[in-house]
Design a protein around this ligand. Structure first.
Ligand code: BT5
Length: 252
């Protein structure tokens, strides 16, 4: 079943019953000029999406949250996905010790707990970014091409979308303010403290394989490929898979 986008006035800073994708509802809010950090969440989402047209399995009881982000200095924009991931990890820290799998996955124990989809929008009201956060609070989907986990299972107690929404929004406000005021360095340090793809880890991406070096100047993942060449992976382009760990930083 497809849902029409509800009137924006009835969605701003609210939990709505259902929609196709909360990112589309937030986009409509942004296009109407709603300010920085306006959010919308849905109890049900029937066309949740990930990057590159992938599907986001959206089961009832999980968090589907999208936020309008207005940051004037566009040189900061490439850091917004990592800032969002840091905010999610901090926002759920009372329930789980989450890692960030570059660029946008939230991992617990090597399984995917959540994902973030950032979309840039140009509009007459000014350009903005939509941060879309999907988090398996109650239930994780089964039978996917990667391991998944729910926050309730990770925490060993029932955790609802209501329990995490406000802490995540508060952490997002702090992290984005940090990015605006202090620049990428603040985000880089917070990311490194929670990075799942640590230096030396052997990974594969769309067209190659190599070892992780770290983050580049724009938040891209710098890797050294099999030929010893440095390659810069951009968040919008790649799906990264861990192969196995190289303790000395070399390829295995
Ligand atoms: C993401 O994409 O991880 C970003 C997901 C963002 C979802 C939120 S929900 C609120 C807002 N509204 C939307 O429509 N989207 C955002 P990506 O890196 O492309 O990962 C997609 C992959 O994750 C899929 O191909 C599956 O392998 C896996 N996956 C799908 N649903 C999952 C789930 N519920 N839990 C864990 N993994 C999932």
């Amino acid at each position: 079943m497809a849902f029409d986008i509800p009137p924006p006035e009835s969605c701003a800073n609210r939990v709505i019953d259902c929609c196709g994708s909360t990112n589309d509802v937030a986009r409509a809010l942004g296009e109407r000029g709603y300010p920085h950090l306006t959010w919308v969440a849905a109890r049900e989402q029937d066309s949740g999406r990930g990057r590159l047209g992938r599907k986001w399995e959206s089961m009832e009881g999980n968090l589907f949250l999208s936020v309008v982000v207005r940051i004037e200095d566009k040189s900061r924009w490439t850091w917004v996905p990592l800032a969002a991931a840091i905010a999610v990890a901090h926002g759920i820290s009372q329930f789980a010790d989450a890692r960030i799998k570059w660029p946008n996955d939230i991992w617990v124990g090597g399984a995917k707990l959540g994902g973030i989809l950032c979309e840039g929008v140009g509009s007459r009201e000014g350009s903005f970014i939509i941060i879309g956060i999907g988090l398996n609070c109650a239930t994780a989907p089964e039978g996917l091409d990667q391991k998944t986990v729910s926050l309730s299972d990770a925490a060993g107690l029932k955790v609802s979308a209501e329990d995490v929404r406000a802490p995540i929004l508060a952490a997002l406000e702090r992290t984005l303010a940090d990015l605006v005021e202090n620049g990428a360095q603040a985000i880089r340090h917070a990311y490194e403290a929670r990075a799942a793809l640590t230096p030396g880890l052997a990974i594969e991406w769309g067209s190659g394989s190599g070892a992780v070096e770290g983050l580049g100047a724009s938040g891209e993942l710098v890797v050294v490929d099999e030929n010893g060449s440095r390659v810069r992976l951009l968040a919008e382009d790649v799906k990264v898979r861990v192969v196995r760990k190289a303790a000395d930083g070399s390829l295995l």
